[in-house]
Design a protein around this ligand. Structure first.
Ligand code: ADP
Ligand code: ADP
Length: 229
């Protein structure tokens, strides 16, 4: 089975067609970068994959399971899909450690000490082991985004979705976040990334998808897409 399979997906907002019969398969371990103009449906495509948005028509399968089938537990499926947003979306009233342990304890039902061990391991990985007691407001944007990535990973997802993860960052902080993502890619994570960072796409993507007006206009290996005559 593909990790993600979108079949004939339509998503409308009023009379705006955000996704127009979209078909997209992502294989296990594949890294897909989605590019395209603002409003082309990139963010909507990601948001339908973990059902932050319902679709109007079509099917979406995650690891072979139909996420629109009411018989399948949406919360269970969502746990396998981590998402990182442009604006970090950390819980502002919780310190970094709590941000990382709260969902795994509640939803994965692991003990506090196990959750903390895993959180510390992940914070080391993103270079923030010294920030466990900091609150989001005390961190730079780059640090907050690295915490957000660690928080998503704390749920032990099989798939990671990134929606313009560096777009809200000052230029000097973009590199530290991309480094974390490159390492994650090297570890074999299945990743779908909406980004304007073409260097990242060239370095990491197995496939680059160019979307416009809710459809895929072009796709291929980075060299193929970027050096199109
Ligand atoms: P992109 O991520 O490529 O910028 P989006 O997926 O955010 O594109 O948006 C696709 C289209 O859907 C745009 O026309 C946008 O204005 C519209 N859209 C997105 N979200 C909403 C929403 N919550 N309500 C109404 N229209 C929306
Ligand atoms: P992105 O392209 O990263 O989604 P946007 O600025 O397009 O960023 O969207 C930010 C938020 O606003 C999203 O939650 C999106 O669903 C919503 N949104 C986008 N376009 C519209 C719209 N035309 N009407 C209402 N909400 C919208």
């Amino acid at each position: 089975d593909a990790a993600i399979s979108m079949r004939g997906v339509w998503k409308l907002y009023g009379d705006v067609v955000a996704l127009k019969d979209l078909n997209l398969d992502v294989q296990k371990g594949e890294k897909v970068v989605i590019i395209g103009p603002s409003g082309s449906g990139k963010s909507t495509a990601l948001r339908t994959i973990n059902r932050l948005e319902d679709i109007h028509l079509g099917q979406i399968y995650i690891d072979g399971k139909d996420i629109c089938d009411k018989k399948n537990d949406i919360n269970l499926m969502r746990q396998n899909v981590g998402m990182v947003f442009q604006n970090f979306n950390l819980f502002p009233h919780m310190d970094v450690m709590k941000n990382l342990i709260i969902a795994p304890m509640k939803l994965r039902k692991i003990s506090k000490s196990e959750a903390e061990d895993r959180a510390l391991f992940l914070l080391k990985k993103v270079g923030l082991a010294d920030k466990v007691k900091a609150y989001p407001s005390q961190l730079s944007g780059g640090q907050q985004q690295r915490v957000a990535i660690a928080r998503a990973l704390a749920m032990q997802p099989n798939i990671m979705l990134f929606d313009e993860p560096t777009s809200a960052l000052d230029p000097e902080m973009i590199g530290e976040v991309l480094d974390v993502m490159v390492n994650l890619a090297k570890e074999g994570m299945t990743m779908v990334v909406v980004t304007h960072e073409m260097g990242f796409a060239r370095q990491v993507a197995d496939r680059v998808i160019f979307m416009d007006q809710g459809v895929i206009l072009e796709q291929g290996a980075p060299l193929q897409v970027f050096d199109y005559p």
